[in-house]
Design a protein around this ligand. Structure first.
Ligand SMILES: *Cc1c(COP(=O)(O)O)cnc(C)c1O
Length: 221
């Protein structure tokens, strides 16, 4: 029987999207079978947990920070993090820039947009996005590179609502590609889709799906 991983990878192949295996709460021994099958991109939402796993696991793993990130935690992942999906303020971006400079690198980032109906989900609205992009401080940052957008759809059975939220995010990406980021080929990533809604996200143009429970089973805490 093919593994869940290979089934998902088959589905992704047709679209060119990449898989971030969301391994939060699961210990390294549960990540290793996926690593041995060739998976290299893993996503974590807790900084301490990511730093610990990075110590314990093979060094060619690409670690993605996907959850809400506190400014004072950035320094712990700046030397190695592959992509930060969850930038939702200018202040956070400035701290990432500072820590990236200290680490002697440029850190790729996505701007997290609030696309869901729920109040609780983090992310920028349109107005906040444009005020961030137009801030004089934004231009001065040389150690972050904005690669695209991330968003989480409403947790609902309503597939059409989910689809409309993902579509809105894709249209925003396209708007920025031909506007603010025009000529910047590296601004192209759309991080959207989780276990319950990644198929819709793929249909709406996702380039990075973040899948946890489908690969690892229910979370352990
Ligand atoms: C936990 C989490 C995921 C994965 O969720 P699943 O439903 O387990 O696939 C994706 N993105 C973010 C930001 C998460 O926190």
């Amino acid at each position: 029987m093919p593994s869940t991983l290979s089934t998902i990878l088959d589905e992704l192949r047709a679209t060119g999207a990449k898989l971030v295996a969301v391994s939060k709460t699961h210990p390294p021994e549960e990540l290793m079978p996926l690593y041995l099958e060739g998976q290299r991109d893993f996503g974590e939402n807790r900084i301490q947990e990511m730093a610990t796993k990075r110590e314990l696991m093979p060094k060619d793993i690409r670690w993605h920070a996907i959850g809400h990130l506190q400014t004072n935690k950035v320094k712990f992942i700046a030397p190695f993090v592959h992509l930060i999906h969850s930038v939702d303020s200018l202040k956070l971006l400035q701290e990432i820039d500072r820590q990236a400079e200290k680490a002697g690198r440029v850190i790729p980032c996505l701007l997290q947009m609030h696309i869901a109906r729920e109040e609780t989900k983090f992310g920028l609205n349109r107005e906040e996005l444009f005020s961030l992009l137009r801030a004089p401080e934004f231009e001065d940052m040389k150690h972050v590179e904005i690669r695209g957008l991330m968003g989480m759809a409403t947790l609902t059975e309503d597939r059409e609502l989910i689809r409309s939220e993902f579509r809105m995010l894709r249209l925003l990406l396209e708007e920025l590609q031909s506007g603010f980021f025009s000529g910047k080929e590296s601004f192209c990533e759309l991080s959207m889709g989780m276990s319950s809604d990644y198929k819709i996200a793929l249909e709406e143009g996702s380039t990075l799906v973040r899948i946890g429970s489908l690969l690892f089973g229910p979370r352990q805490n």
